[in-house]
Ligand binder design. Structure first.
Ligand SMILES: [Zn+2]
Length: 220
């Protein structure tokens, strides 16, 4: 008799998200809950951007030399502009759900958001380049057509971020995008299973505590 199949109690975990999805979500997640009921911004100084770029070096074009990247004010402003465009389009993507409360009242108009992303992506024409490291899966990355040094590194960075966002927004992962509405949370996240309501279990716990608190007060 064949052995019984493994019980399928746990939902199948989805395949890991592609690099463009992860990079785009990480960019938007630089606006986050500060742990004290407010909103923090990891990209509020050039040093903040320098740290973020270095931490995401593997997902950025080799020509950027991200591990040695050092941001200045103009690079910071440009990245924040791309991020604002992405967050405005995220707000559209989660409809009819509500957008993240962090910037729901000051979203860029959709036309401006689209133009800004398309223009940022167009500043650096690219070609796909395949690499296949020993012992790892092959990866394809967009590398600039223009020679290194012929283009501003801030443009390289913003073009890469914008292209990742375009890929994500036009791809299948967009349909799983949600804003977390647990108390204080401002994150966008990808819904991994049909009943998922919160970005992380800790947010679910906080939301349940708040509901319980509201109900108790309603009775009192
Ligand atoms: Zn959350």
């Amino acid at each position: 008799m064949p052995a019984p199949a493994e019980p399928s109690a746990s939902p199948e975990s989805p395949a890991p998200a592609p690099a463009a999805t992860l990079l785009t979500l990480d960019l938007t997640a630089t606006i986050r809950h500060d742990g004290h009921g407010g909103v923090a911004d990891d990209l509020d100084t050039p040093d903040g951007l320098t740290a973020w770029v270095r931490a995401h070096a593997a997902a950025l074009p080799g020509a950027l030399a991200a591990r040695r990247f050092r941001a200045d004010e103009s690079a910071l402003e440009a990245v924040r502009g791309v991020r604002a465009a992405v967050r405005a389009l995220f707000a559209r993507a989660v409809r009819p759900g509500e957008p993240s409360p962090a910037d729901a009242r000051r979203l860029l108009p959709l036309g401006q958001a689209l133009t800004r992303l398309n223009e940022a992506a167009a500043r650096v024409p690219t070609v796909p380049v395949l690499s296949w490291p020993r012992g790892a899966a092959p990866v394809v990355r967009d590398e600039p057509v223009v020679p290194a040094g012929a283009v501003e590194r801030a443009d390289l960075l913003n073009a890469a971020l914008a292209r990742a966002a375009l890929t994500f927004l036009a791809g299948p992962d967009r349909e799983r995008l949600r804003a977390c509405h647990a108390p204080r949370c401002v994150r966008y996240f990808l819904k991994d299973h049909p009943r998922q309501e919160w970005c992380k279990p800790v947010c679910g716990n906080r939301a349940r505590v708040a509901r319980h608190h509201d109900r108790s007060r309603g009775r009192g």
